[in-house]
Design a protein around this ligand. Structure first.
Ligand code: PHE
Ligand code: ZN
Length: 850
């Protein structure tokens, strides 16, 4: 039960806790419906503390008893926690509580998944395990005893003792409670070893359910690669004798960086060639790296409060993207990140959920694990590195680790290490952390025949509820200049735009150059420019920066699609010609060429239309995208069979970038071929495939061609026992459905006996997939909206976090026509009217509804 009026928490209200926690001892007696947790915690009042109240968070706990220095006490207990009179000197607090892991469907705190116990404590889950100051700035050393009959009993840190029915763990590194973890169950281990650069021998374990042993090797290798990379690039070594990773099937997010005991959604760690696609492998490698990198950026140095979430998440995403760039292709990774940013972060930043990278208030912190905090947070760090340069960045990071190890920090601390190493004033740069919204930068140019070329940038950020009066930002814009014959006459240089309007001059040019702007996507902005005819096609042919070259192709595709939608014209021949030349260019990385064949997402097109004052019609956008695909297929028809054949991989499957690139180009060719060959090639690939990448791409093509029935049945027969593969089977049918069938397909799949809706992965595979189907979700009759709303209402009492996250599907609602807006508003109101709706979902919907 919660308060009728949810509380808003403000950054400006921060006050430190009035006590130090010198040690924490926990004992767990595991039982599915009645686990007992005994805690023994040493508190010491802090001299001069402003807030001397002894308040411990606690939710859904049954208090059995409490004592101070051995004398029983009777605290005042509320649904949020307890208070108690305490002595004005160090004391030992002991409490015993009972909790119900089996009944915990929210997957926060201690819960059960397939008979195994596991925990999720970030952000505020520890308070569902015992009474504690559950805030990240309270750091302490934990000792944990677990009593239970399970063969595997794990917690953070190093193992102390292990006997039949009991295990003890000690974590020497002070940590906040959100990094606590416990796992107990019948698990099997895929072991490994790693020796750190200073010679520490580390035992690595990857714990999985029996039957999943064959899906561990890749994750283990990714862990070792991450450990090596962090030593080499950031000088960061691992600091315990063991590192455990556990895979669980029921998990709200991707994975969690608990100290020495990372817990992963099984979809984010288990992989094998037969069951995982190249995309899965790359994502798994990145998530393993991400969680491992948190050991320093998150765990050793943590956040003072949850407003500072980007301190660990932005930095760790930035670090994992550097890792992927080093392990694979840097331009391909960067382009993928740009696509992802536009798909997830831009809509957030441009809609009712817009918030700064460091928000200033929230009701439910779980709603702020967003693309803005994570991905824009990483972009901000990338810009900082661009501005100060790689050497200064390294120095600043060394200082950060040296100065703040063992502390709970703020963005101010983070920026100060950069100021102190470079002498630069970052006051204006800091606005990236405090101001919401995607900046628009309008570029104009001027050429005079004396050889002087100027570029003028005008920046403006649309006001939002979160930031009603946006100020100019520091925007690094990487620019190169090309001569009309395609030579680079000015190498990449970073222009620092700091004013609302600012001009940069280039002298001594022999002829009017063509600018290549925002190279490497050097800032998360929308660039606007009236490009002279032919110039974008020129950049597509000649740009020496792979990211802006790709962007040129994307722009041509987008503009052509927009014209097709608005004016009913045919696809742009210049785009198709340029694309053809690129795709046929064997000197280019196949992965890059595959990216070139991609189109802007339909939701992106809707955003563009709406920004330009046209109400988007999802069916028209779908039709134009299909027409463009057909045009690509036709224009490249003589190349496709060759592209397909030339990019088949000989020899055994390997999930590396080289093979994956070939498969992605072959896959792109196959999807165009299928438009003209009636599915013959896809059928053959489906029959012959010995890896999931090819099997799934064949299946997708067959469904799209309306010939998926037999293959879908065969796939189900083959894979019905594999949860992760079946998630793909569910999702693909929705994603690849015709717009008019998408809702019915999703609805039908929710009736499937294997639609276990309490499992977040499975729920997302159907309902999440529907929200990804632009024309399907926005079906004119509103059926997509009401199907999603029905399921959100059903899921909310079971799992508020996953429900609230999926509400963001509605965030773009004001783009659409009056009927669709009415339809969505009615569903938002219907959900909001549900009795006992969670704080998570209430906050999300209220913000979206406006
Ligand atoms: N901190 C996790 C990560 O980014 C994400 C997470 C947040 C997981 C909250 C679970 C709950 O790696
Ligand atoms: Zn993270």
């Amino acid at each position: 039960m919660r308060d009728a009026t949810p509380q808003t928490i403000h950054l400006s209200d921060y006050t430190p806790f009035g006590f130090d926690v010198t040690s924490v001892d926990l004992t767990f007696d595991l039982a599915p419906r009645a686990t007992r947790v005994r805690s023994k915690i040493t508190f010491a009042p802090r001299a001069g503390a402003a807030d001397t109240r002894f308040f411990l968070h606690g939710e859904n706990l049954k208090l059995i008893g409490a004592s101070i220095d051995g004398t029983p006490v009777t605290p005042q207990v509320t649904p949020e926690g307890l208070t108690c009179d305490v002595p004005d000197r160090p004391f030992v607090w002991e409490a015993e509580v009972e909790i119900d892991p089996q009944g915990n469907t929210a997957l926060e705190g201690l819960y059960m998944s397939n008979g195994m116990y596991c925990t999720q404590c970030e952000a505020e889950g520890f308070r569902k395990i015992t009474y504690y100051p559950d805030r990240p700035d309270v750091m302490s050393v934990f000792t944990v005893r677990i009593n239970g009959p399970h063969p595997v009993l794990l917690s953070n840190g190093n193992p102390v003792t292990r006997t039949q029915g009991s295990a003890e763990w000690h974590d020497p590194w002070p940590k906040p409670a959100y990094l606590f973890a416990l796992v107990a169950g019948e698990l099997v281990n895929h072991p490994g070893r790693f020796t750190t650069k200073s010679g520490r021998d580390v035992e690595l374990n990857l714990w999985v359910r029996p039957g999943d042993e064959g899906k561990c090797a890749f994750g283990m290798q990714a862990l070792k690669d991450s450990m090596t990379w962090d030593e080499q690039v950031y000088g960061r070594e691992y600091d315990l004798d063991v590192f455990n990773i556990v895979a669980v099937d029921d998990f709200n997010m991707g994975a969690m960086e608990n100290k020495g005991l990372n817990i992963f959604n099984s979809s984010a760690v288990l992989a094998s060639p037969e069951t995982s696609t190249d995309t899965n492998f790359e994502r798994i490698e990145a998530i393993i790296a991400h969680e491992y990198f948190h050991n320093w950026t998150g765990n050793r140095i943590t956040c003072r409060d949850w407003f500072q979430l980007c301190l660990k998440e932005g930095l760790t995403v930035y670090r994992d993207s550097q890792f992927t760039s080093d392990m694979r292709s840097a331009p391909v990774k960067r382009i993928g990140d740009v696509i992802d940013l536009r798909a997830r972060q831009f809509p957030e930043d441009q809609g009712p959920l817009a918030h700064p990278v460091r928000p200033e208030s929230f009701q439910e912190i779980n709603n702020f694990y967003t693309a803005t905090v994570y991905e824009k947070g990483a972009e901000v760090i990338g810009m900082l590195r661009t501005l100060v340069g790689p050497e200064a960045y390294s120095k600043a990071l060394d200082l950060y680790f040296e100065r703040h190890d063992g502390q709970a920090c703020t963005i101010e601390d983070w920026l100060r290490v950069f100021e102190d190493t470079t002498g630069r004033d970052l006051a204006q740069f800091k606005r990236w952390y405090s101001q919401a919204g995607t900046p628009h930068v309008k570029v104009t140019e001027h050429w005079d025949d004396a050889g002087t070329y100027t570029l003028t940038f005008a920046q403006s950020t649309p006001p939002s509820a979160a930031s009603p009066d946006p100020q100019p930002l520091v925007i690094p814009i990487a620019v190169g200049l090309l001569s009309p014959n395609g030579d680079e006459v000015r190498a990449t240089q970073v222009l620092e735009v700091t004013q609302a309007r600012q001009t940069f001059t280039f002298e001594g040019l022999a002829s009017r150059p063509v600018p290549s702007l925002l190279r490497g996507f050097s800032a998360p902005i929308v660039l606007e420019r009236d490009v002279p005819p032919g110039q974008t096609a020129f950049l597509l042919a000649h740009d020496t920066d792979p990211v802006t070259r790709w962007e040129a192709g994307r722009t041509l595709a987008r503009d052509s699609l927009l014209a097709m939608i608005r004016d009913g014209v045919r696809p742009d021949a210049d785009y198709l010609d340029g694309l053809r030349r690129l795709v046929a260019d064997d000197t280019l990385d196949p992965a890059y060429r595959a990216l070139m064949l991609g189109l802007p997402s339909q939701s992106d097109l809707a955003a563009r239309l709406s920004e330009a004052g046209t109400t988007p019609d999802p069916d028209a956008i779908y039709a134009a995208s299909e027409a463009m695909r057909d045009a690509q297929a036709e224009h490249l028809s003589d190349l496709l069979a060759g592209l397909y054949a030339d990019h088949q991989v000989d020899g055994p499957y390997a999930p590396d970038a080289h093979q994956a690139g070939k498969r992605s180009l072959a896959g792109a060719a196959l999807s165009l071929l299928t438009r003209t060959d009636g599915g013959t090639q896809a059928m053959a690939q489906f029959a012959a495939a010995d890896n999931m990448t090819q099997q799934l791409s064949a299946l997708a093509n067959l469904i799209r061609a309306g010939k998926g029935k037999t293959a879908l049945d065969a796939f189900e027969t083959q894979w019905h026992a594999d949860r992760l593969v079946m998630d793909k089977w569910f999702g693909l049918q929705v994603i690849e459905a015709k717009p008019e069938d998408a809702v019915a397909t999703a609805a039908r799949l929710t009736e499937h006996p294997d639609f276990n809706w309490k499992n977040p992965n499975r729920f997302r595979s159907v309902l999440g997939a529907l929200t990804q189907h632009h024309a399907g979700f926005h079906a004119a009759d509103g059926s997509g909206y009401s199907l999603l709303a029905d399921w959100l209402i059903k899921l909310d009492p079971v799992n508020p976090q996953t429900t609230a996250r999926m509400c963001s599907a509605f965030q773009t609602w004001r783009r659409y026509d009056a009927d669709r807006q009415d339809g969505i508003r009615a569903e938002l109101d219907r959900i909001l009217a549900t009795p006992e709706l969670s704080r998570d979902t209430t906050e999300m919907l209220s913000r979206i509804r406006g």
